[in-house]
Write a protein that binds this ligand. Structure first.
Ligand SMILES: Cc1cc2nc3c(=O)[nH]c(=O)nc-3n(C[C@H](O)[C@H](O)[C@H](O)COP(=O)(O)OP(=O)(O)OC[C@H]3O[C@@H](n4cnc5c(N)ncnc54)[C@H](O)[C@@H]3O)c2cc1C
Length: 402
């Protein structure tokens, strides 16, 4: 080991840190995962949607609470759009604690070491590796590693400590878990409007026996309101309040998301992953699938490079290049999201929903819509639906230059 205690130290034992730890250990690296909390998966900040593509990579089907095949989407004035096909599974809803624990367990089973209650407080780049000082249960421990990976979430210590760049867009969310909501089996619900979810959407997601009710907002559009205010507006909205009247809260939490990065996801011998790298989807806020995608793209090359101790800036740049494609795709998705949702006022949203509700548009959404890849649907809507063609003029330039 030539003086290295580990080949890789991963900061953060969330789903992405766990999945990364598993891939790197399985590739033959000596991996240490640091988690600042004393327990995995707590506190959790997630609506629990995990796409089949992500689920199949970790095979944690026992964490699934229910499945979703469709959605009922509401415009600000109550135009309803029903999409989906009961025969086509769109996403799973999981218990995030079980899911996160499963991802980290797989890393341990393939050889990784997990330190709970531990966080880095200092890291120095040396000629042949990194020297990392870790605060572990009140004591400081110094370790040497070839590579340091930050999978430490939206407010990543690693990203900030190494000044790796700024997050392009933050979104804030608030979610309440309730019993007593009369939902429709297999379908989630989405609500829009300036009073409820400025710039984005609110949701009701079934999770087996109960429901998760949440709101997303762009912070700059909150205008002095809190996410809790938006939630109150949703559950007391004259159009929908009857649906919420018998609900009882069993849990609540707040959190934020990072979409897109200005800057690099690598520096010296440091690489950031998942939320730390701003990889959440701007359309849904989903971060697990893009985080896993990033691990799949980079891990095999990082294994080879670490075993050879060839982690020069030039080599890391080459290894990290494929992530640029994901970033560009998210940027295109953001432009389309802004065109159809975020930059629209409530009247414009109502007009758009009236078009969405037409049977030929619903068919198009069902045929092309994909929670993982929203860009093809956005482009088809702009091309095929005459009323949206005027948007296409604005969109084309933005999409080309985005
Ligand atoms: C309200 C809300 C709803 C969401 N819903 C969904 C959804 O339905 N589907 C979806 O795919 N995504 C969703 N997301 C996003 C999703 O939660 C994240 O994208 C996902 O958790 C990212 O995983 P991660 O491993 O990168 O980061 P995290 O899950 O944030 O894990 C990071 C880990 O690092 C630890 N950590 C942080 N700093 C340190 C440190 N300095 N030292 C040691 N440990 C540290 C943390 O304790 C944590 O365990 C939602 C987010 C929010 C806020």
């Amino acid at each position: 080991m030539h003086g290295h205690d580990y080949d890789v130290i991963i900061v953060g034992a969330g789903p992405v840190g766990g999945y990364l730890g598993h891939q790197l250990s399985a590739g033959g690296l000596r991996v240490l995962i640091l988690e600042e909390h004393k327990e995995i998966g707590k506190p959790f900040q997630c609506a629990g949607l995990v796409t089949p593509s992500a689920m199949n990579r970790v095979n944690l089907h026992s964490s699934i609470l229910t499945d979703v095949w469709g959605a009922r989407i509401h415009s600000p004035k109550g135009v309803e759009v029903n999409i989906g096909d009961p025969e086509i599974l769109r996403t799973h809803v999981v218990c995030r604690k079980l899911f996160d624990e499963g991802c980290v367990r797989q890393a341990i089973e393939s050889g990784a070491t997990l330190w709970l209650g531990s966080k880095p407080i200092d890291a120095i780049h040396e000629e042949n590796g990194m020297r990392v000082t870790i605060e572990r249960e009140g004591k400081n421990v110094e370790l040497r590693t070839r590579l340091l990976c930050g999978a430490d979430g939206v407010h990543s210590w690693t990203r900030r400590y190494f000044k790796m760049g700024r997050v392009r867009e933050f979104m804030v969310g608030f979610q309440v878990e309730v019993s007593g909501y009369e939902g429709i089996s297999g379908r989630l619900e989405m609500f829009s409007g300036e009073d409820i979810a400025p710039g984005l959407f609110a949701w009701v997601i079934p999770n087996g026996k109960a429901h998760r009710i949440g709101v997303w907002a762009q912070p700059e559009r909150l205008d002095g309101r809190s996410c809790e205010d938006l939630y109150d507006n949703l559950v007391n909205h004259p159009l929908w309040k009857d649906r919420f009247k018998d609900t009882h809260q069993t849990g609540r939490f707040k959190g934020s998301l990072a979409c897109g990065m200005h800057g690099n996801i690598f520096k010296d011998r440091v690489v950031i992953f998942g939320d730390a790298a701003g990889l959440c989807k701007p359309t849904t806020g989903g971060g697990i699938t893009p985080g896993f995608d990033q691990v799949d793209m980079l891990a095999p090359h990082l294994v080879t490079a670490t075993l050879r101790n060839d982690l020069s800036a030039t080599h890391l740049k080459k290894i990290c290049k494929p992530v640029e494609k994901v970033r560009k795709e998210h940027q295109r998705a953001r432009i389309l999201r802004d065109l159809f949702v975020s930059s629209c006022d409530d009247d414009e949203l109502d007009t758009t929903f009236e078009i969405f509700a037409r049977s030929e548009v619903v068919s198009l959404i069902n045929e092309v819509g994909d929670i993982e890849k929203p860009v093809p649907l956005g482009i088809r809507l702009l091309k095929d639906i005459p009323e949206f063609r005027r948007m296409a003029i604005r969109a084309t330039w933005a999409l080309l230059t985005g």
